[in-house]
Write a new protein. Structure first.
Length: 397
């Protein structure tokens, strides 16, 4: 009889846990900050702690943070507010001091640990660090190849201290400065494929590429990111967490984008610099199909196109990020462009930009960047052929 009662109690508890997991919403912020951005990361983490958080007693809304800053032990914590409004930090797991947070295997481990502690039906993730989009290992800082007509500036960047890119030069997402480890886009996609996300937010530079959006199309419903660099203030963490937990994913992404732009427009001069985009990933395949037609029919035009007439999203010799709409409009015929533009507007559901990003004028803004190929970029072209976007569209032959 006692054994039967224990079994019934166990089944009841298991059923309750399963019901809670089906209703639970988890947000994880992943700070890969063992690099030159450690101080900015600590500031953003404090902003999260000081503002709205789910209640400690509640279990339907769970706020988790993994943070790895310089000279600190990496840790996964749950943040919440107690009855008196005090912030509670519950440590879920500490990781070895020599953990590499820019290693995709670490990201996989943290995601698994978060799910084991708080099984959830709905996931959102903010990826915070350095970034440089789709580029291959080490290419951003040391490409070792140049195309004919590439303008070259030998001047130091006077605004380097204002942006999250700085002078480190990274590939894809994240950097562990002490170990010189970075996370490749394909490895990032594999790490994120364990779960499906309501959204993925990139608080890092140069991530709103069509190449990245297509690579991650099956991992998330929405992406929010910037095609240019990001100012060191980053995302609006003072309102971001409450927005995510109080609105449906699409509405939340739009609200965060609006708060992001309002924050930077409140400044003057070069500090009023920002670009933001929200992509609905369900639209990415139609966009790829439209681009495939254009690329197949206009290969010679693409290779001969004067890129100086296409809106750039880069500064200082980083010639790999151009506005996709401005690019396609210059090579496609009218019917091809109209089909492309319809697909683009279905995929990019929110876009906004200031008139300038630091010293870069933004006169044509579609919200997504793209690589415009040159034959001289042999290393980059060979890598580009491994990306799902190129396999779907044939941009690089």
């Amino acid at each position: 009889m006692i054994l039967l009662l224990c079994a019934l109690l166990c089944l009841t508890a298991c059923d309750r846990d399963e019901r809670l997991a089906k209703d639970r919403q988890m947000l994880l912020v992943y700070f890969a900050g063992n690099n030159s951005l450690a101080a900015e990361g600590a500031s953003d983490y404090n902003s999260i702690k000081q503002n709205w958080l789910p209640t400690t007693r509640g279990s339907e809304k769970v706020m988790l943070v993994f943070h790895h800053f310089k000279d600190e032990t990496p840790v996964l914590v749950r943040l919440s507010k107690d009855r008196r409004g005090n912030t509670v930090e519950d440590i879920i797991k500490e990781y070895p001091f020599n953990t590499h947070s820019a290693d995709a295997r670490t990201l996989e481990t943290v995601l698994a640990d978060a799910e084991a502690a708080w099984p959830s039906a709905h996931h959102g993730i903010v990826l915070w660090s350095h970034g440089s989009g789709f580029l291959p290992p080490g290419y951003y800082i040391n490409p070792q190849e140049r195309a004919k007509g590439d303008p070259v500036s030998e001047e130091a960047d006077p605004y380097a201290f204002l942006v999250k890119a700085g002078g480190d030069g990274l590939k894809s997402f994240a950097q562990d400065e002490e170990q010189n480890i970075e996370m490749d886009l394909i490895d990032l996609r594999k790490a994120l494929s364990r779960f499906h996300y309501d959204f993925i937010a990139f608080d890092c530079c140069l991530m709103a590429n069509v190449e990245l959006a297509y690579e991650l199309r099956n991992t998330s419903d929405y992406l929010i990111f910037s095609p240019t660099e990001i100012m060191s203030d980053g995302f609006p963490y003072d309102v971001m967490v409450q927005t995510i937990f109080s609105q449906q994913p699409e509405a939340a992404m739009r609200s965060i984008a609006q708060s992001y732009m309002a924050h930077y427009r409140s400044f003057s001069g070069v500090y009023a610099s920002a670009t933001i985009s929200v992509v609905r990933t369900a639209g990415m395949q139609a966009l790829a199909n439209a681009c495939q037609t254009v690329f197949r029919n206009h290969q010679d035009q693409i290779l001969m196109l004067d890129r100086s007439h296409v809106q750039p999203y880069f500064r200082y010799n980083k010639h790999w990020f151009y506005d996709i709409d401005d690019f396609v409009q210059q090579v496609a015929d009218d019917s091809e462009y109209q089909a492309f533009n319809r697909a683009l507007n279905q995929a990019v559901i929110y876009r906004d930009a200031t008139d300038y990003f630091l010293d870069l004028e933004i006169s044509h803004y579609s919200g997504l960047s793209i690589y415009i190929p040159r034959r001289e970029y042999t290393v980059l072209n060979n890598y580009y052929k491994t990306l799902a976007w190129n396999q779907a569209t044939g941009l690089v032959q």
